[in-house]
Design a protein around this ligand. Structure first.
Ligand code: NI
Ligand code: MN
Length: 230
């Protein structure tokens, strides 16, 4: 029993936990770094952190083909229904809420970021995800966010692994992410939302060295397509 998490570039993650498959923030066919196309994904659940294109561009097509349940905030679920996703295939949540699902307990956590949908409509509030997997591992996906002090509250849960953006410009950058790690105190940390395009290129090796100098967390660098086991 283990949880295996594959980085598909940017903030797209494919989680296999026990017999469950969860896809987070699907951005594949238009991503310059994704190692797989949307048509190659089989999944049971899709989590969407906010309305920006680089987090949900393939949500509707993968949901339509696989019949996966799509989980996001209320506004994103309303938009999904307008795109043809069946109401019973959506699960609307909001910040601070938790739900028990077959794969584990999912909490929608605070994020500081905007969230408009591709058609310009209001996408609700951006979020992160904290998941306690039934098959083992408590994982925090910060998704797109600035550094914020309430990460200390999220860190009161014993986090096995945190996925943090380090790209800067649209999210926190490498230095802020090291402060985030001090608040969150995860055992392991994996960077994301960098090197997708030139404006968010970062030196991940330098970031990892800084994490080791300033925190107790073990930094893990992945290439798109590589996975970690929790
Ligand atoms: Ni965004
Ligand atoms: Mn983004």
């Amino acid at each position: 029993m283990a949880t295996e998490i594959t980085w598909l570039g940017h903030n797209t993650w494919f989680v296999e936990s026990g017999s469950h498959r969860i896809l987070i923030d699907p951005f594949l066919d238009d991503s310059p770094t994704a190692p797989r196309k949307a048509g190659a994904i089989e999944t049971d659940s899709i989590l969407v952190s906010h309305g920006h294109y680089d987090h949900l561009s393939d949500a509707v097509n993968i949901a339509a083909r696989t019949g996966a349940q799509v989980i996001g905030n209320y506004e994103i679920c309303q938009w999904l229904k307008k795109q043809g996703v069946a109401e019973e295939k959506t699960l609307a949540m909001n910040l601070g809420g938790s739900v028990h699902l077959p794969f584990g307990r999912l909490t929608m956590t605070l994020a500081h970021h905007s969230s408009s949908l591709p058609d310009g409509t209001y996408g609700g509030t951006a979020c992160g995800f904290l998941i306690q997997f039934v098959s083992g591992g408590r994982i925090y996906f910060a998704c797109d966010t600035a550094l914020f002090l309430e990460m200390k509250l999220i860190g009161m849960n014993k986090i096995d692994m945190a996925m943090l953006p380090i790209g800067d410009l649209f999210t926190m950058g490498p230095d802020e992410s090291v402060e985030a790690i001090k608040f969150l105190n995860p055992k392991k940390v994996v960077p994301c939302h960098y090197n997708t395009w030139p404006p968010i290129v970062q030196d991940a090796e330098a970031w990892a060295a800084k994490v080791q100098r300033h925190s107790a967390a073990d930094p893990i660098l992945l290439e798109p397509g590589e996975h970690v086991t929790v």
